[in-house]
Ligand binder design. Structure first.
Ligand code: AMP
Length: 554
C-alpha cells in the first residue's frame, strides 16, 4: 500500500549518519587494552567505520556474513559495530569470559567468517583458531605488530584494513529487517543460544529505551557503559549515544572500582550503565578514598537484582541515583526501567524507597504478563506471583539457526523469571524459576533474602540457595562474603533476619565463604553453589568441613 508519509528503513547507518552530521565533534574517549586514553569523535568514528566497511567489502564478504568480536569496550569495537552492521553484515559480539568449549561452540554455531579481537585475547584466539573452520579472516584490533604476526602468521591488522579502505564508500541500502547483530545467551544451563537483532529492532530499542522515563540520555551527557559491548550490545549504549549525540567514555579492560572511580572523575562522566557487582566495587572504592564525583549523577543498573541498601548508600552518601532496570539477551535487553509516576512523589519516603527497589515498568514497545503454571494470566495486583512472559518489537521470536519458535502458542516469550506486576506494570522479580526456594509448598524469594543480608553492614555479598530438606523439600541456605573488616557471625545474621522476614523464611544456615562464583556476565552461579551446598541440610549430622566445600566450587 502506498504510504502517505515518507518510508525510510530504520538502520544503524541512519544512527551513525545522524551522529556524524550533527554531533561530529562530540568526543569519544576510549581506554585502550594497554591502558592509554585515546580521544576521537563521532565524525571520526563514522569515517573510520566507512573505511572498515569498504575494506571488508573488498575481502569479498557475502551479505549477512557474521563477523565476531572478542573485545573490550573501546573505540575500534564501536567502529566495528557500525561498520559491520551498516555494511550489511552481522556483528557477532562474543563474551571472552566464557569457557573455551562454549566459545568454540558459539563461533562455529554462528559460522563466523571474520574474527576481530583485542590484543588481550591473542593467546585465546591462537588456541581456538584451528577449530574454527569457517573463520577466513582474523583481525587484531591494533596497528601492525611483528610480535603478534610471529604468533599468528595469518593475522590481519585493523589499522592496515582502514588504510586499504576507500573514503568514498557508500553504505548499502538495507531493508530494516536485515539482521545487524548477534549475541548468545550465557548458557549457564545447557548450550548458549543466539539472539539475532535486526536493524529495525535495534533502532526501536534505542528510541524507546532512551525516553525521558527510561534511560533518558541527552547530547549533554557523558555516558560510560561499564556493561560490556560483548554482552547484549552494552544495553544498546552505542546506538543510543549515536542517536542523541552523547559523549561516550569507553573504559577498556579495567573495570575494578578504583580504575572506574579514576576514569569517572577524570572524564567528568554524568551517567553509567552496569551490573550491581560493578557498582559494589565503585562504592567500596569511594569509601576508601577521598575522590568524589560531582558530575556523576546517575547509573542504570540491571542484569541481576540491585540491592536496595546499595542504592540507598549511593544516594545518601554521594548523591548518585541508581535506577533499577530489567532485561535479558532475548529482549535486546531493555524491558523495564524503574522511573516513578507523579503519584509516587506523594508517598512517604519509605514507600518511595520500596517502589524504587523493584525492576520498574515496561518501556513502550514491551508488554509483560505473569501467568500461573497452566499459562493463565494472573491479576496485576502487585501480589500474585507467577511466571513472567514478555513480547514486543525487540523480543526474540526464534533463536539463531533454529526452526522452532521460541514463543508460547499464545505468542509470548517465557522469561524463566518469577515475579509480580501491579496495575501500572511495575515489575518485581523474586527469582529465576530455577532458583526460587520451594519450602513446604510455599515460595521463598532468594532475591529478597539476599537483599536483606547485603543490607547488614558486615556483609559484602550474599547468595541464597535452595538446599534439599527431609521435611520441607527445600529450605534456604545463605552463602555470605564478609565486608572488609566485617566480623559478623551466623547468629548475628539469623537475628538480623528475624526482624525482617516471617519466621519460616529465615535461612536454616548461614555459611561464610571467601568469594561467590560469578558467571561471565556478573551473575552468581547458583547451580555451582547448589552442587556444593544443596545437600548440606540432609547431611547436617555428618560433619563436612567448610574448607572442603569451598575448594569444591573454586
Ligand atoms: P542475560 O540474558 O544474561 O542478560 O540474563 C537475563 C536474566 O538476568 C533475566 O532473565 C533475569 O533473571 C536476570 N536479570 C536481569 N535484570 C535483572 C534485575 N534487575 N533483577 C533481577 N534479575 C535480573
Amino acid at each position: 500500500m502506498p504510504s502517505p508519509m515518507i518510508y525510510q528503513d530504520l538502520t544503524t547507518a541512519a544512527l551513525l549518519g545522524h551522529a556524524a552530521q550533527y554531533h561530529s565533534e562530540t568526543e569519544i574517549v576510549s581506554v585502550s587494552t594497554g591502558g592509554e586514553k585515546e580521544r576521537s569523535c563521532w565524525g571520526e568514528v563514522a569515517s573510520r567505520a566507512q573505511l572498515l566497511a569498504s575494506a571488508l567489502a573488498s575481502l569479498g564478504l557475502p551479505p549477512g556474513a557474521r563477523c565476531a568480536t572478542l573485545a573490550w569496550n573501546n573505540r575500534r569495537h564501536l567502529e566495528i559495530y557500525f561498520a559491520v552492521a551498516s555494511g550489511g553484515w552481522v556483528t557477532h559480539t562474543v563474551n571472552p569470559r566464557l569457557s573455551v568449549d562454549h566459545l568454540r561452540y558459539i563461533l562455529n554455531d554462528a559460522a563466523d567468517e571474520v574474527l576481530f579481537f583485542d590484543q588481550t585475547f591473542l593467546p585465546l584466539v591462537a588456541q581456538l583458531l584451528p577449530q574454527l573452520p569457517t573463520v577466513k579472516h582474523v583481525v587484531l584490533m591494533e596497528s601492525r605488530s611483528e610480535a603478534a604476526l610471529s604468533q599468528l602468521p595469518s593475522l590481519l591488522f585493523y589499522d592496515d584494513l582502514l588504510q586499504q579502505g576507500m573514503a568514498d564508500y557508500r553504505w548499502p541500502q538495507l531493508n530494516e529487517l536485515t539482521p545487524a547483530s548477534l549475541c548468545y545467551t550465557s548458557g549457564t544451563t545447557g548450550r548458549p543460544k543466539g539472539v539475532l537483532n535486526t536493524h529495525r529492532s535495534l533502532v526501536l530499542h534505542a528510541l524507546s529505551g532512551n525516553q525521558p522515563d527510561a534511560a533518558g540520555i541527552s547530547a549533554k551527557d557523558s555516558l560510560l557503559p561499564v556493561v560490556p559491548m560483548f554482552h547484549v550490545n552494552a544495553w544498546g549504549t552505542p546506538f543510543i549515544a549515536a542517536m542523541v549525540g552523547a559523549r561516550l567514555v569507553l573504559p577498556g579492560p579495567h573495570l575494578d572500582g578504583d580504575s572506574l572511580l579514576q576514569l569517572l572523575a577524570a572524564e567528568k562522566v554524568t551517567v553509567g550503565f552496569g551490573v550491581p557487582v560493578i557498582w559494589a566495587g565503585l562504592l567500596a572504592a569511594m569509601r576508601r578514598t577521598e575522590v568524589r564525583l560531582p558530575e556523576f549523577k546517575r547509573a542504570l543498573v540491571g542484569g541481576s537484582a540491585l540491592p536496595p541498601s546499595m542504592a540507598e548508600a549511593f544516594q545518601r552518601d554521594y548523591g548518585i541515583a541508581l535506577t533499577h532496570a530489567w532485561g535479558m539477551t532475548e529482549t535486546s535487553p531493555i524491558g523495564t526501567i524503574n522511573t516513578p509516576l507523579s503519584k509516587h512523589d506523594a508517598l512517604p519516603a519509605q514507600e518511595q524507597q520500596k517502589q524504587r527497589a523493584g525492576q520498574g515498568r515496561p518501556i513502550f514497545g514491551i508488554e509483560l504478563q505473569v501467568v500461573d503454571v497452566d499459562g493463565e494470566p494472573l491479576p496485576r495486583d502487585g501480589q500474585s506471583q507467577g511466571y513472567l512472559q514478555v513480547r514486543g518489537h525487540w523480543v526474540v521470536e526464534q533463536y539463531y539457526g533454529q526452526d522452532a519458535s521460541a514463543l508460547t502458542a499464545a505468542g509470548w516469550f517465557d522469561t524463566g523469571d518469577i515475579g509480580t506486576l501491579d496495575a501500572n506494570g511495575y515489575l518485581v522479580i523474586s527469582d529465576r524459576a530455577k532458583d526460587i526456594i520451594k519450602s513446604g509448598g510455599e515460595w521463598i524469594s532468594t532475591v529478597e533474602l539476599e537483599n536483606i543480608a547485603i543490607a547488614h553492614p558486615g556483609v559484602r555479598s550474599a547468595a541464597a540457595i535452595a538446599a534439599r530438606h527431609p521435611r520441607w523439600d527445600e529450605r534456604p541456605v545463605l552463602l555470605c562474603v564478609r565486608a572488609e573488616g566485617g566480623e559478623v557471625e551466623e547468629t548475628d545474621l539469623l537475628s538480623w533476619f528475624e526482624k525482617r522476614v516471617p519466621k519460616w523464611q529465615i535461612p536454616d544456615r548461614v555459611i561464610f565463604v571467601d568469594a561467590l562464583p560469578v558467571s561471565a556476565t556478573g551473575k552468581v552461579l547458583k547451580n555451582q553453589l547448589r552442587q556444593a551446598y544443596g545437600e548440606i541440610l540432609m547431611l547436617s549430622l555428618i560433619h563436612i568441613s567448610e574448607p572442603t566445600r569451598q575448594a569444591e566450587i573454586s
